[in-house]
Design a protein around this ligand. Structure first.
Ligand code: BGC
Length: 420
């Protein structure tokens, strides 16, 4: 592992080297459909924790958190809403020149049709402060959380609700448009639709394939409409939708493995994007997984390393994934998320090094790449799992709100200096 982190590569001067966060996961004190659900389900999650996590190698380390209701309530989170200047200073000290962050719809429009001027002003200052530090914002307009009133109307499961989202997008574009360089309308629509409407894992814990497909259709439509609104008001903005893609590959030379791998790629990575491909200035890619297919199943190599959440790690597969997607879509790519839950900071440096090599390889193969935005800048609230998974380049002590740059992040920051 050690020698693979010695890199001697050249990246374009304007390449974005960054980190990503999302509002709900770090801001603290939010009031949205997710916070309501957190309070309702914390006890159930505690009861299910042994079943969900006991198989993990680190169960002994995480069980105190996993068995505590407060783990599942975002509460103050990393208090980024108040401490963002400090966090931006840290990002700047790490030589990051990009940060993917966003605006929280539930703060901006807490009541239907009533826009909160103070919240809008907050985000104006927020992005201005970021730019003052020489950091390019990549602005997410929606990362899975919305106001309770929108949830009460049925959220994205109802086609007629799309107009509320586009009204919010229009308002935000008018207010924050001057900061719009790169804009993400929606984060991982297919993951959200599956987890919230089919797998019963996230609010509103739906269990219907049909609703999941309707939500995907509505999110695609919401993106297309938002794209047009943003481009009309801010023609220079580069607009994309974040898609989470896994690399599917056959693990043997049987015809069945190769057909299933091809189908996996098509359904997971292409079907949704085909609906929005004309409204996509760049492909915003979130990468966490590769799936080796044996026969009809995913069976990753037994000797692969697992992260703290038990996820199989194959960062090198980013290269063939980028090449395959670029062959089809032929637009520039930005890695808008990729990272590891790694509380001991054992794998993060290796993961980044492998991905940097993979990106270098992909660029040599002809893929235009705009940047690498690592997930995450800070430890954060990991949705249904709560606080125990640690994705941060910067560790957060939730008792004191103390930030500590992890060794892998110090290495990343040295790497950025040598590569830019
Ligand atoms: C999401 C993040 C999440 C990360 C790690 C991505 O799918 O966009 O919000 O924290 O994965 O699970």
């Amino acid at each position: 592992m050690a020698e693979s982190t010695k890199l001697n590569l050249k990246f374009p001067k304007e390449f974005l080297w960054g980190a990503s966060i999302s509002t709900h996961q770090v801001e603290g004190n939010n009031h949205n459909q997710w916070t309501t659900w957190e309070l309702e389900t914390a006890q159930v999650k505690v009861a299910k924790a042994p079943y969900n996590y006991q198989h993990l190698a680190n169960w002994d380390e995480i069980k105190q958190d996993a068995l505590s209701p407060s783990n599942y309530v975002s509460g103050k989170a990393a208090d980024h809403f108040n401490r963002y200047k400090q966090d931006f200073d840290l990002a700047a000290s790490m030589h990051l020149n990009a940060l993917r962050s966003g605006v929280e719809w539930s703060r901006i429009e807490p009541k239907e049709g009533v826009f909160n001027v103070a919240a809008i002003e907050h985000y104006k200052t927020y992005f201005a402060e970021l730019k003052q530090r020489g950091i390019t914002p990549v602005i997410s307009l929606w990362h899975w959380t919305f106001p309770d009133w929108f949830a009460a109307k049925g959220g994205f499961a109802k086609r007629r609700n799309i107009k509320y989202f586009t009204r919010y997008v229009r308002r935000i574009t008018k207010e924050l448009g001057e900061h719009f360089g790169y804009v993400i309308t929606i984060n991982e629509p297919t993951v959200y639709a599956a987890m919230s409407y089919h797998e019963q894992r996230w609010p509103p814990e739906g269990h219907s394939k049909i609703t999941m497909l309707l939500v995907m259709r509505n999110l695609a439509s919401a993106h297309r409409k938002s794209y047009r609104i943003i481009k009309k008001l801010q023609p220079k903005a580069q607009v994309g939708i974040v898609h989470n893609c896994a690399y599917y590959y056959p693990g043997d030379d049987s015809w069945i493995s190769s057909v299933v791998a091809r189908l996996g790629h098509k359904f997971s990575n292409e079907v949704f994007i085909n609906r929005v491909k004309r409204q996509q200035d760049f492909f915003a890619l979130n990468y966490y997984f590769a799936n080796q297919i044996l026969g009809t199943r995913v069976h990753n190599p037994d000797d692969n390393q697992l992260n703290d959440m038990g996820w199989d790690m194959q960062p090198d597969k980013l290269r063939p994934l980028l090449v395959r997607l670029h062959k089809k879509y032929k637009i520039p790519f930005m890695i808008t998320e990729s990272g590891v839950a790694d509380s001991h900071d054992k794998y993060r440096k290796w993961w980044i090094a492998q991905e940097v090599k993979a990106m270098d390889g992909a660029m040599k193969d002809g893929v235009p790449l705009l940047g690498y935005i690592h997930w995450s800048l800070l430890d954060n609230f990991e949705w249904a799992e709560g606080f125990w998974p640690k994705f941060g380049l910067i560790a957060v002590d939730y008792k004191t709100q103390q930030r500590t740059i992890r060794p892998s992040a110090k290495w990343y920051s040295r790497l950025i200096r040598t590569l830019s």
